[in-house]
Design a protein. Structure first.
Length: 464
């Protein structure tokens, strides 16, 4: 890796890719890349001095990157094998690495704190990074979301050899990592287009545990059904929100839009911790993050300050708009378990309110494999508006549409809707609590929905 002076990213607008691009840009390397479409992330990267093309033709590659010996190509799995630029790089002898391989190299040169799991890993890793970064310990971090505290997905520290990394299970990417410490939040089956069976999915997490360096630690959620394969000298801990374990919460108090609890460790209890983002699922995520921080020397007072000052992650249960009439939340949830947890949290926060959910399914294969589970989760809403499937890296699968989910949803108020017709549909609804869910491009609709709700609110105020 040290022989390269230039880094070119195929899929640079992805949340994980952009963090690595920022890292090398800050380190003084020449960085550029390609992405399929413009976004806030690509806008920000360009503002930071990184050249980005949105045309896959070879002529779009900046001339200074037409140097195979000094340029490393970093590619995301979302890039198709027949992509023009990728084919050019292959034909001309460039070194090409997956994002996970680059992160793996970074973990081998540092103390990697790697958070894995079907869901919860982005929030847990971002809380972990915040707890460490605001303490005397500090850290570096490659995050799977934009931290609201720092408005970035990359944290850098010259004083720390710790690096927090979200360990992605897709395509077995996390098998390239060499963790010093690791957390596993959940192993609910996903990505069956890659793994084929839930058993193979679980086995990939078991192999991940074997990669933890001697002298390190594994912190696993209490009750997870895997058999860790730990090297000699690796310590094993368990955690939970309130089901016991080496690290857990006790004396949970909820009220007045606040959550407080006592954080229990193997040797001490840290009383009266207040969550900065008072959502129930964040109790469990925070316990895992605090366990990592505590094991790395963050003090009790620093943990209290860090948890209370954590302000969340872009598109993770974000309160977008609030008026006397309507509350609008946006959430990245795209797996049935995530949807269940998110909807349950909304019910607790806004008890007695009507909840209207807009969900954009992500991937044909995931919709096919979990249609019934999606329907069960979405049936916990009061009203559902279901958008078309966002394909991401996939080609359509015959017979797989959003109707597979809708047909099993046990709600009277349920509607199929295109993205183009969503705003007019919402405009004519009496909305109480509105939530948008999904990992596709539904986020592009969020500011438009927000502006429409603002206009409706302002019109009502002016008519009073």
């Amino acid at each position: 890796m040290n022989k390269f002076t230039k880094y070119y990213f195929l899929g640079i607008g992805g949340i994980g890719m952009s963090a690595i691009a920022r890292y090398y840009n800050v380190k003084g390397y020449l960085v550029a890349g390609y992405d399929r479409s413009e976004s806030k992330i690509t806008d920000d990267l360009q503002a930071e001095g990184i050249k980005i093309s949105f045309d896959e033709n070879v002529s779009s590659i900046p001339a200074e990157f037409l140097t195979p010996k000094s340029t490393l190509i970093v590619v995301t799995p979302a890039i198709p094998v027949d992509h023009h630029q990728l084919c050019y790089f292959k034909e001309h002898g460039y070194t090409i690495m997956k994002r996970a391989q680059v992160l793996g190299d970074i973990t081998r040169q540092s103390k990697g704190i790697c958070i894995a799991g079907t869901h919860g890993k982005t929030t847990t890793s971002t809380i972990t990074a915040h707890l460490l970064y605001q303490s005397q310990v500090t850290c570096n971090a490659f995050l799977g979301g934009i931290s609201n505290n720092y408005n970035t997905n990359l944290l850098l520290s010259r004083d720390s050899n710790l690096v927090v990394i979200e360990a992605d299970e897709y395509d077995r990417s996390f098998h390239h990592l060499s963790p010093y410490m690791a957390v596993i939040t959940s192993v609910d089956a996903d990505h069956l287009d890659i793994y084929e069976t839930p058993e193979a999915f679980r086995e990939s997490f078991e192999h991940f545990t074997s990669l933890i360096k001697t002298g390190g630690s594994l912190i696993i959620r209490h009750g997870i059904n895997i058999q860790p394969q730990l090297q000699k000298g690796v310590k094993l801990y368990t955690y939970s929100a309130e089901e016991g374990g080496d690290f857990h919460a006790e004396n949970i108090r909820m009220g007045n839009s606040e959550i407080h609890f006592d954080f229990v460790t193997p040797t001490e209890t840290i009383a009266d911790v207040r969550l900065g983002v008072p959502v129930r699922i964040n109790i469990e995520n925070s316990v895992a993050a605090m366990a990592l921080a505590w094991l790395n020397g963050v003090t009790a007072e620093e943990l209290r300050v860090g948890i209370s000052s954590f302000s969340g992650i872009y598109r993770r249960f974000n309160l977008v708009f609030k008026s006397d009439k309507t509350i609008f939340i946006d959430d990245y949830a795209h797996h049935p378990s995530e949807l269940k947890a998110s909807i349950r949290s909304i019910r607790e926060l806004y008890e007695g309110h009507k909840i209207t959910g807009v969900f954009q399914p992500h991937l044909y294969s995931r919709t096919r494999d979990f249609a019934s589970d999606f329907a069960e989760a979405l049936s916990q809403l009061d009203e559902l508006i279901l958008l078309d499937i966002y394909p991401a890296r996939e080609q359509p699968i015959e017979g797989v549409t959003s109707e597979l989910i809708l047909s099993e949803v046990k709600l009277k108020n349920k509607t199929l809707c295109s993205k183009e017709k969503l705003l007019p549909l919402l405009k004519n609804k009496d909305l109480d609590v509105l939530v948008t869910f999904g990992a596709g491009d539904i986020d592009k609709l969020v500011p438009l929905i927000k502006n429409q709700l603002k206009e409706i609110h302002n019109q009502l105020v002016s008519n009073e």
